[in-house]
Design a protein around this ligand. Structure first.
Ligand SMILES: [Cu+2]
Length: 139
């Protein structure tokens, strides 16, 4: 019985931590996102600069989607290049592709907020149709 109480206490602590505390590398804050034609839900997410977040993205639509953590400048460059250019700078991946019905996670540390203000699906036509969202940085 003692053991069950201890487990419940730990669980309560973990849930409370998720609701209030910024995520860390060892204990990322979990945020669920739904992706479908042609939007993300939620499309606005509060982030504490420097925190680590595990995005758990479910594709509930019928088409393949992706979630890219980026900024407006990079989105504009991508659109101008006609979706041909894939920007990979060799750092930790900031994007994940999700097939219909799949759920995938993407762990992101928000250490360069200037470059990480937006998220988008950059598959041709999807951004234009509304698949994008914003991170709002709260100190
Ligand atoms: Cu998409």
């Amino acid at each position: 019985m003692k053991r069950i109480v201890a487990v419940v206490a730990v669980l309560a602590f973990v849930l409370a931590a998720c609701a209030e505390d910024p995520g860390t590398v060892d204990s990322p804050r979990r945020i669920e996102i739904d992706a479908a034609e042609m939007a993300f839900d939620p499309d606005s997410i509060d982030i504490t600069p420097g925190e680590t977040v595990e995005f758990v993205i479910t594709n509930s639509g019928a088409l393949t989607h992706e979630l890219v953590v980026t900024n407006q400048e990079e989105i504009d460059e991508h659109l101008e290049a006609g979706h041909e250019e894939e920007a990979h700078e060799g750092e930790a991946p900031l994007e994940v592709e999700i097939e219909p019905g799949e759920t995938k996670s993407l762990v992101v540390t928000f250490d360069e907020t200037d470059h990480m203000a937006r998220f988008a699906c950059l598959i041709e036509g999807h951004y234009e149709a509304g698949m994008h969202g914003d991170f709002s940085f709260q100190e």
